[in-house]
Design a protein around this ligand. Structure first.
Ligand code: ARG
Length: 469
């Protein structure tokens, strides 16, 4: 291949002063980020506006130049939004695409916009702004999901279902209580969103390439114009830090764990063997060969996509771990995992909201299952402690013996006769039967955070106050 075939004759107008030839086609391909960082256009233009106004306020640029810059930037924003902007791979990234277009529009003044700035602090600022917007959007989506769960929890505050440990029937609980457990998980996710946002909210703009600048800039002014709570404190750290991206991916990964566990329960509950729930038509799919099938594909995909989000976090951790200060081009690899994990989780949260809003719970079936597997054995033991005065360990032993009798007979604890019970422990009286039904069992669990229907109603009301205000 001759040099002409794969080498551009034109050097970059933006950084090509010292070069005789332009980059090879392969160099251009590996170097370019415009294919994905065009998603930063709004943040990039916003950052440039703030920077230009600050330069004017400090007397570094003339008002006339800045007016032209602001006018040009607005037109460019319009072109990008209208889809008429022509992105160029030769111009590498969003920053140079915008600047180059600005030069076409306003001439020399465009070149002055980059005074006291570098793409290094520019991209660090743009991505922070983008992640900050993403965090705000995620918080709203999580709130909607919590709203759906709280609504269903209120509706099912008294619906009894089996509670599990080890996926073995353990004790009866209420469906509302179970749905409010999800609400708490998501509440912690939202608090991680807030923490991440607070730590992220410092402005790197003005760090320039790495060392700061000799121009008399006002970093407080740009920071506040961009709604940051202030500027970052060390210029080297400012351009090399991607903690905020890693933290966002960590937040998304923990959220992905939560949604995956919720999705897994949907899959289990929707099986014919459990049949606790029917996923509504609009969130189910059929099979091309088995006409009877109704698959909870959305839940399975939410479960599956968690792997992809963890991959994004692991990928960026690996990119960052060996980098010496300050900026390295490796860091251009930060954007795709952030965008992909963000899009993935936004979709997953929305899908879960739809799925839970429409889920058709079979409360009769759940209730029938709630008593299977001697799930009220603890209630029986508690009765022996409370009424017959046995130490809990002895009560546990007596109850175990009663479970063995019931198991031999192939019946539930509540189906044993008083005589059969008294054969095991003479202190047992008729009123033991009051605690053996699943409804009685859940009604008695009135401790703080417990599953009693009255508790759950109160917890749902509190959850509304805590999460939906
Ligand atoms: N496209 C680059 C990135 O995403 C922008 C910063 C480039 N800086 C540089 N000195 N080449 O990281």
């Amino acid at each position: 291949m001759s040099n002409d075939d794969n080498t551009s004759n034109t050097t970059s107008t933006i950084w090509g002063g010292r070069f005789k030839a332009g980059p090879s086609a392969v160099m251009e391909e590996i170097n370019a980020s415009i294919g994905f960082d065009k998603r930063l256009y709004a943040q990039d233009i916003r950052g440039s506006r703030a920077h230009a106004k600050m330069l004017a306020a400090q007397g570094i640029l003339t008002e006339a130049d800045v007016d032209a810059i602001l006018q040009g930037l607005s037109e460019i924003e319009g072109e990008i939004e209208a889809g008429s902007f022509e992105f160029s791979r030769a111009l590498e990234d969003i920053h140079m695409n915008v600047e180059n277009r600005l030069r076409e529009k306003i001439g020399d003044a465009a070149g002055r916009l980059h005074t006291a700035r570098s793409r290094n602090d520019q991209v660090a600022t743009d991505l922070r702004l983008w992640v900050r917007d993403a965090l705000d959007g995620l918080d709203g989506a999580l709130k909607d999901l919590q709203a759906a769960l709280i609504e269903r929890a209120q509706e099912h505050a008294g619906s009894v279902m089996p509670g599990f440990t080890h996926l073995q029937a353990a004790q009866p609980v209420t469906l509302g209580h179970h749905l409010l457990a999800y609400t708490e998980m998501l509440g912690r996710d939202r608090s991680r969103v807030r923490d991440c946002r607070a730590r992220l909210n410092e402005c790197p703009l003005g760090a320039a390439a790495l060392a700061g600048t000799s121009f008399p800039i006002d970093r407080d002014m740009t920071a506040h114009a961009l709604d940051f709570h202030g500027p970052t404190q060390n210029s080297l750290d400012s351009v090399s830090d991607r903690d905020f991206a890693l933290e966002y991916l960590s937040v998304l990964s923990i959220l992905a764990v939560h949604l995956s566990r919720m999705a897994e329960e949907m899959v289990i509950w929707a099986s014919q063997q459990f049949a606790f729930v029917r996923v509504a038509d609009d969130f189910s799919t059929g099979s091309s060969i088995m006409p009877q099938k109704r698959n909870p594909d959305a839940a399975e995909l939410v479960r599956g996509k968690a792997g992809r989000v963890f991959g994004a976090l692991m990928g960026l951790l690996a990119v960052m771990k060996g980098l010496p200060l300050t900026y390295g081009k490796d860091m251009q690899e930060d954007k795709e995992p952030v965008f992909d994990a963000h899009d993935t989780m936004e979709l997953c949260v929305t899908a879960m909201t739809g799925m839970f809003r429409g889920a058709i719970f079979d409360v009769e079936r759940m209730k029938a299952d709630a008593g299977k597997g001697f799930t009220t054995a603890t209630d029986l033991a508690d009765w022996l402690v409370r009424v017959a005065g046995l130490p809990f360990r002895d009560a546990h032993h007596v109850t175990g013996a009663l479970v063995a009798v019931a198991e031999d007979k192939g019946c539930g604890l509540e189906d044993l006769s008083l005589q059969e019970m008294q054969n095991v422990n003479a202190d047992i009286t008729e009123d033991i039967f009051d605690v053996l039904g699943v409804e009685n069992s859940v009604a008695s669990r009135t401790s703080l955070g417990g599953t009693a229907p009255d508790n759950v109603k109160a917890q749902a009301a509190q959850a509304r106050e805590r999460f939906l205000k």
